[in-house]
Design a protein around this ligand. Sequence first.
Ligand code: 0CH
Ligand code: SF4
Length: 338
Amino acid sequence: MSAASPGTEPADISPIAPAEKSGSASGKRVLLAKPRGYCAGVDRAVVAVEKALELHGPPVYVRKEIVHNRHVVDTLRERGVIFVEETSEVPEGALVVFSAHGVSPAVHAEAAERNLRTIDATCPLVTKVHKEVNRFAKDEYDILLIGHEGHEEVEGTAGEAPDSVQLVDTAADVDKVAVRDPSKVIWLSQTTLSVDETMERVDQLRERFPEIADPPSDDICYATTNRQVAVKAMAGECDLVLVVGSMNSSNSKRLVEVALKAGARASYLVDFASEVDEAWLEGVETVGVTSGASVPDLLVMELLDWLAERGWGDVQEVTTADEKIAFALPREVRQKRA
Ligand code: 0CH
Ligand code: SF4
């Protein structure tokens, strides 16, 4: 995996806002990670729902949260989206969008049985992992899927070939795995994991199965990797790292863990600036700020305003990558776009 040791690349640090008198004089500053926030898959999924609302009018049903972000979900709900847990809750013939995290073939089949009109907003990089599962299951491999138990993405991915896939979440799971032929084993992963922890899990798997094959290309996606590289580059200089993101967002939670491991003295996940506890700022000079891949940058700007009001107005952006990836919208909303 090419991203096994992120954090070693040089970071470009540049001021993006003039230092406030109170901030710079007191040593108070903010390091703002770049890249942060929306990835191409999230942007595509959210725009797909917005287009569905425009084209078909409310209600538009969405199975599960379109992305794991409270603000995004609440905003779309206000605009007429009805979020459901399962397609069985969607009225016959209605329009349902599948979330960015992907769904299993069983969910597609159930939607077809109920004559639902569907828009699949699964990120193409999640679909890529689904295809890998299919390919290796056909070749009779045992697939060890590293990921978080109960997470929607691994449910969808494992559902491609449930008899061939075993989930490996904790270190203890490594001992539980049983394979048919140790020379035909491959590991794949959820797209939004900690890069370093995943490689630890792979090392443990390789101790048990020395011939285990690596994925044909990285499953942890570019966005997850880049956000971890950026937070690593600044964490060592930070007394506190604030990560904007929701509690059920795997990639956002990983940013807190990565920040702490990379040397931040403290780190917290907040949905909104209003959730920051002023006590966290006691004795703090440098505050790092970043956000998960499902977080609109508006929420980060609100946090920067909140910090500026308290003396942290000197903001320097720490840039470790320039992302230019964009995905075409799902066919159903793309065709009618013009
Ligand atoms: O990080 P997770 O997978 O929990 O999801 P999110 O916060 O909605 O971020 C977008 C990732 C979507 C699928 O890879
Ligand atoms: Fe796609 Fe990665 Fe974004 Fe998930 S985090 S939606 S895999 S680009």
